[in-house]
Design a protein around this ligand. Structure first.
Ligand code: FES
Length: 328
């Protein structure tokens, strides 16, 4: 089953950021805080669509990607929710322990790599903090008058962010399934009958995504759309020999050896590229390809987007040939 997550038809990479102020910080579940961000001058923020994320640029060069989970029709604030990840690289700990109302934080984006496409009906499947990109999608489906249901699993009831908000607002269309009370999500009964008019959106940990992909294996192509927390396993690179990357706008050519990513090599040569996950899962480093054939190693591009060879994610993707030319 191919994962279909469509990318904007206009590839771009921008390192532009804005400095926003933390206007609110609340615990919304065990180990999860929500942040409300706004411009210090109270001005309008860039528009976004459901499924979009922003990058928090934290001290010591840490950049982390978080889905926007507030009201997309509120032009003055962004809301995100951050799960504390004890084994993480320090980004969530900083947000939990140090970032406070009144602090300023640099923010990149928003970027939309997980768009809500038209459908007759939606089934939303969330695992844990994977609820965040689905919240504005649910709101959008509601505004459009499209039927939907949410299957929301989590470790425990207390660990499930926005559980009460969802149940209060949407009633029995929300199915809360804490694992310690009810076991795993019953995907077989929810997804057993393929329906050409239904789109399935899933965000959560890798085992949940794999289970949903299996459950949807008989569904029509493009029925399932997923957003991953972590990179899927990739085959070995198409080539192990070094290759050249010309950075057309920077005006230089770099050699990418097997121990370097294209992103690292381009940065060493002075290219200004924003990145976040560096695992090919977030879309932040999307870069236009002017010449050459990338060895796509991300989990974002659909098959036809890979075949176009006009964009790549240089944090993980490499080259099939001797040379690539990037619009950097
Ligand atoms: Fe996330 Fe490259 S930094 S896809």
């Amino acid at each position: 089953m191919v994962v279909h997550t469509l990318i904007s038809p206009k590839p771009q990479n921008t390192a532009s950021t804005a400095t926003l102020e933390v206007r609110g910080k609340d615990a919304v579940a065990d180990g999860v805080v929500s942040l409300v961000l706004a411009r210090p001058d109270g001005g309008r923020l860039p528009d976004w669509t459901p499924g979009s994320h922003i990058d928090l640029v934290l001290p010591e060069g840490i950049t982390r990607q978080y889905s926007l989970c507030g009201d997309r029709w509120d032009p003055y604030t962004y809301r995100i929710a951050v799960l504390r990840e004890p084994g993480g690289r320090g980004g969530s700990a900083y947000v939990h322990d140090r970032l406070a109302p009144g602090d300023l934080v640099d923010v990149g984006g928003p970027r939309g790599n997980f768009p809500l496409v038209p459908a007759d009906r939606y089934v939303f499947v969330a695992g844990g903090i994977g609820i965040t990109p689905l919240l504005p999608m649910i709101h959008q489906a509601e505004l459009m008058g499209v039927a939907w249901q949410l299957l929301y699993g989590g470790r425990t009831r207390a660990s499930m962010a926005f559980r009460e908000e969802l149940a209060r607002t949407y009633g029995d269309r929300v199915h809360i399934v804490p694992q310690d009370e009810c076991g795993l999500l019953d995907l077989a009964s929810w997804l057993s009958v393929p329906d050409a008019g239904t789109k399935v959106y899933c965000c959560g940990p890798a085992p949940l995504l794999a289970a949903v992909e299996r459950a949807c294996s008989a569904w029509p192509a493009h029925s399932l759309r997923t957003e991953r927390f972590a990179a899927a396993e990739q085959p070995a690179p198409a080539r192990t020999a070094p290759f050249q990357v010309e950075l057309r706008r920077t005006g230089t050519t770099v050699t990418v050896t097997p121990d370097l990513s294209v992103l690292q090599a381009a940065r060493r040569a002075g290219a200004d590229i924003l990145s976040s996950c560096e695992q090919g899962t977030c879309g932040t480093c999307l870069t236009p390809v002017l010449e050459g054939v990338p060895d796509h190693r991300d989990t974002l591009l659909a098959d036809h987007e890979r075949a176009a060879n006009d964009r790549m994610f240089p944090c993980v993707s490499r080259s099939r040939g001797d040379r690539l030319v990037l619009d950097l």
